[in-house]
Each structure stands twice: as structure tokens, then as C-alpha cells.
Design a protein around this ligand. Sequence first.
Ligand code: PGA
Length: 253
Amino acid sequence: MRKQIAAANWKMNCTYQQAEKLLDEVLQSEVNLSYGSEVIFAVPFPYLIMANSEVADEPNYSVAAQNCHQKKSGAYTGEVSAEMLRSIAISYCIVGHSERREYFQETNQALAEKINVCLEHDISPIFCCGEPLTVREAAKQNTYVETQMIESLFHLSETQLKKIIIAYEPIWAIGTGKTASTQQAQEMHAFIRSILAKQYSAEIADEIPILYGGSMKASNAPELLASPDVDGGLVGGASLIAKEFIEIMKALK
Ligand code: PGA
């Protein structure tokens, strides 16, 4: 079975003290993760080292950065490179979150470069894709997501693609309390897998975890996560409440 993943995306939330407390609460719950499951905490840059040392003795727990720059190094004041992340033993990085695309004008082409630089440093990208409401209303979501994948992922070799985690996050469901229905999520996940199969192979498509993101919480996680092509969640708001996130971890297949 594919790896099942509960990924917490804390975004720009929590002081250092709150971050330590939240991590402790989740780790102390000692959830008995199903076989092959993984929990990932995508925390703000200043907390990466602390979070990584907190999970050091927990085999199924990892830490992710929420972003990195597409260039290797240089005069890019305020930016963080994949090489820096690797030098502090970070093994995952969110790439192309819709908030980065919208507020920081990240294009599919720039995201392809970010994916490359992550892979060069042995960091697995958690690649986010997903359509805005206008596109969904026009029933053009499949073409929209396919273009995001073609332009940011499909230059990769098979070996490289196997390191990618995909997160489908319909923008209209992010932070809105409006979740995609289980059927909408399953349909899109199956579609994403079908285009991976077409571009690469059915075997490879079958290995890639595809997470759902967009107002996932304790109450809707069991149903969403039960869908055959939904391999976990990228969780924003609910990941800031230990009890909620723990329930999502428990709902992994
Ligand atoms: P949300 O955010 O769970 O608060 O909707 C998900 C995300 O943006 O990754």
C-alpha cells in the first residue's frame, strides 16, 4: 500500500513557545500509527531545528519547510535555500502552496525550478496543486490541475518523480471551512493518478501519495481518508489544535 501521510501546515502561526507546546502535545499522544504511515510537521523556518530534534527519536515523524528559494544561493535577501534546509537535515519542503502562488506570484515555471533544487539536495517536495472557485464553477478543474503538473513536474525522470508527494488543495476549500465532498476529492485524486500513469507508468502512479488539503478536520477526515486515492491530508487550521490533528492522524488508513 502507498504511504499514508498526515502533514500539518502551520503556515505563519505560533510563537516559539506555542510551537514547542503544540509539538509536545501531538507527540505525547503516542498515536499508534498504521503501518506505513507518516506524520510531517511543516513549521515556520525559525522552528525547523527545534522541531527536527523533537521528532528525532520518532521513526514515523518528520519535519518540512513551507517553502524554499529556487536558486541555489546568492544575493536573495530574506530567502532560504534548499541547501540550507539540507544542512539542518530537513527532508521535506512544501512547494507551490496556493498562498505562495497567489501572494508571492510563484509561477508553474518557478515551481519547477524549486522542485529541481529540492531534489538536488535530497529533499522531497510536497507539491501543491488545485483550482480556484471560478475554474471549478466552469468545470475546468481537470485541465487546470493537469497544466500545473505538466509545467512543474513532468520534466522529471521516473526516479525523481518517485520522491514527490502531491497535495491536491482546491483553493476554494482552503481556510474557508468549505471542504470538497469526498466524491470531488476522490475524482480529482483519481484523475491526478491517471495523468501520472499516462505520463510515466501505472506502477509509478500507484506509488505516489496524493494528499487532500482544504478544511480537513477531525470530523471530515475519516470519510475523506477512506477514499481509495486519498492518501492523507495537508492540514492547515486544524493542525494548530492538537486534539484535532491527533484525530486526523488516527484516521489514516
Ligand atoms: P486549511 O489549509 O486546512 O486551513 O484549509 C490547508 C492548507 O492550506 O494547506
